[in-house]
Design a binder for this molecule. Sequence first.
Ligand SMILES: O=C[C@H](O)COP(=O)(O)O
Length: 337
Amino acid sequence: MSATPTASTPSAPTPSAPVPASSADLRVSLGLTATDGAALRSFLHGLPAVDPVGLEARAAQLASRSIKKDTKRALIDLAISMVDLTTLEGADTPGKVRALCRKGIAPDREHPDTPSVAAICVYPDRVATAVEVLKGTGIKVASVATAFPAGRSSLEVKVADTRLAVDAGADEIDMVIDRAAFLAGDYSTVFEQIAAVKDACGGARLKVILETGELGTYDNVRRASWLALLAGGDFIKTSTGKIAPAATLPVTQVMLQAVRDLHDLTGVQRAVKPAGGIRTTKDAIAYLVLVHEVAGPQWLDPHWFRFGASGVVNDLVMQRRTQRDGHYSGARYVSVD
Ligand SMILES: O=C[C@H](O)COP(=O)(O)O
């Protein structure tokens, strides 16, 4: 990847500087020595504006790129290995979570060479069940927290919700930002909440859900991405999956540009997770092309890129069988439990 400033780069790169060890070091290396509202506003509103027409055209062009058969096979397996297989329903029983975990371990029981998913994503009170079933598999347990999906509660409740999930054994926490505060320009509140939740995570990785469908503009998606990265988010995630629009290619492109530029400027690598509405193999492959072209090949790894999805694994498994056996495998041949 080139370290040359791009349309989305906030300031000049410092390629010879050491890689920052902490979020505070990271901010200093970007010239952000204070995190009060005025300093954050100055940084975030100093980011270059997004060109919506160019952005959407580029995303559409990458999505229509043709893929060779062998490459498609490899991308299907990579996509399966990047899924955060999710259930986030009020009616989630321990039995449903156990079944989802078994599905995540062996997405196609007739083909044991099918990769496992990256993580199972559940509500905090279902973490213990997932931890029990996934023990020793290497599959991560992710939990939403912070009064998901609206995030309309006190910081104390959000931190307690995070601790509940971490204490039950969650490896990863998916928090929501306070979109009302963000849209009102109260960036310091959003920053402080992310930093407090990061602190409560301990060793768990933090995914910061921007809920891009509520942010209104691509410029806001860029600002929210940088705000989450500056506050210590390990991932930036598009959506809760509870409102439309959820993940889109152009929004994910803006977020990939942010992590790429952060990496070019500081050497720090952070991850991206589009979530919600990703249903088909065609969708998943379009995202992987985007990752390769916008962020770079080092993001084509489950540590650095995930899909948050409840259903895409079934289509990936069916397409995998089609690629392998040379004929279409209907849904009725693939176990969905
Ligand atoms: O984070 C994942 C989403 O909640 C799942 O959304 P989905 O059911 O549209 O795949």
